[in-house]
Design a protein around this ligand. Structure first.
Ligand SMILES: O=C(CO)[C@H](O)[C@H](O)COP(=O)(O)O
Length: 235
C-alpha cells in the first residue's frame, strides 16, 4: 500500500473509531477514495444492523452495499446523526473545497442535515492558509446544463482567473454528467480571501445548483500524515 493510501486509511479508521455515535441510527457515507476506508471500518461494526446509511452518490451507494450496510435514502431519512466525507482542500477554519469527484450536490445535501460532519483526508489536502492554494483545479460548481455559457461568463465577472466546463476526457466525449444529471464547472479564483462571500456570490447565479465551497459545515477533519500519524483539526 502506498504512503498516500496508508494515510487515507489511517485518517478514516481514526475518524470512525473516535466519532461514530454508539446509538447512531442514520449515518452519511460520502464519496471518493478516502471514504472507501470509512465504509470499510463502519462495515466492521458489530451493530451494523442497527443503523441505516445514506449515500452521496452512485459510488457511495455501492460502498454501502459492498460493506454489508443498510442502505437508505435522504428522502426517507432527512436528518442524520453523523456524516463522513472526503475533501479536496481544507483550511484551518474547516472550510472545504469539495466536488473533485463530481458528487458535489448530494454531498452537500447530506452534510447539511447531519448533526456532525467529519472530514477524512490525506496530508495533501491541508491548506497552508486560504482555500485555492493547495487545490488549484478550481472550485467545482454544479449547474443546470443549459446555463453553462451564462454561468461561465458570470464567473469571470466575479473574478475567476479560469473557468471550464468539466469534460469526461477519454472516458466520455463531452462534459461530465453528475448523478443529478447536471454539468460541472471548475472555476479557479486563486487564493480565496472570503470563502463565505464567494460561495454566496456564486450560489446567487441563475443556473447554479450548488457550489463546492463547504463553509462552516465540518466539525472535525482527520488527516493521515506521511509519518503514519493522524492529525485532527477541530473540536
Ligand atoms: O468531493 C469529493 C467528491 O466529489 C471527494 O470527497 C473529494 O474529491 C475527495 O476525494 P478523495 O478522498 O478521493 O481524495
Amino acid at each position: 500500500m502506498s504512503l498516500v493510501e496508508k494515510a487515507k486509511k489511517a485518517a478514516a479508521y481514526n475518524a470512525v473509531d473516535e466519532n461514530f455515535p454508539a446509538n447512531a441510527k442514520v449515518v452519511g457515507i460520502g464519496s471518493g477514495s478516502t471514504v472507501v476506508y470509512v465504509a470499510e471500518r463502519i462495515g466492521q461494526l458489530a451493530n451494523k444492523e442497527s443503523f441505516v446509511c445514506i449515500p452521496t452518490g452512485f459510488q457511495s451507494k455501492q460502498l454501502i452495499i459492498d460493506n454489508g450496510l443498510k442502505l437508505g435514502t435522504i428522502e426517507q431519512y432527512p436528518s442524520l446523526d453523523i456524516a463522513f466525507d472526503g475533501a479536496d482542500e481544507v483550511d484551518s477554519q474547516l472550510n472545504l473545497i469539495k466536488g473533485g469527484g463530481a458528487c458535489l450536490f448530494q454531498e452537500k445535501l447530506v452534510a447539511s442535515v447531519a448533526k456532525e460532519f467529519v472530514v477524512v483526508a490525506d496530508y495533501r489536502k491541508k491548506s497552508p492558509s486560504n482555500l485555492g492554494i493547495q487545490w488549484t483545479q478550481g472550485v467545482p460548481i454544479e449547474i443546470v446544463p443549459n446555463s453553462y455559457a451564462t454561468v461561465l461568463k458570470s464567473l469571470y465577472a466575479l473574478g475567476a482567473k479560469n473557468a471550464q466546463l468539466r469534460q469526461g476526457g477519454s472516458a466520455k466525449a463531452g462534459p461530465i454528467i453528475t448523478d443529478n444529471n447536471n454539468f460541472l464547472i471548475d472555476a479557479d479564483f486563486g487564493a480565496i480571501e472570503n470563502v463565505a462571500q464567494l460561495h454566496q456570490q456564486i450560489k446567487a447565479l441563475v443556473g447554479v445548483v450548488e457550489t463546492g465551497l463547504f463553509v462552516g459545515m465540518a466539525k472535525k477533519a482527520y488527516f493521515g500524515e506521511e509519518s503514519g500519524e493522524v492529525l485532527v483539526w477541530g473540536a
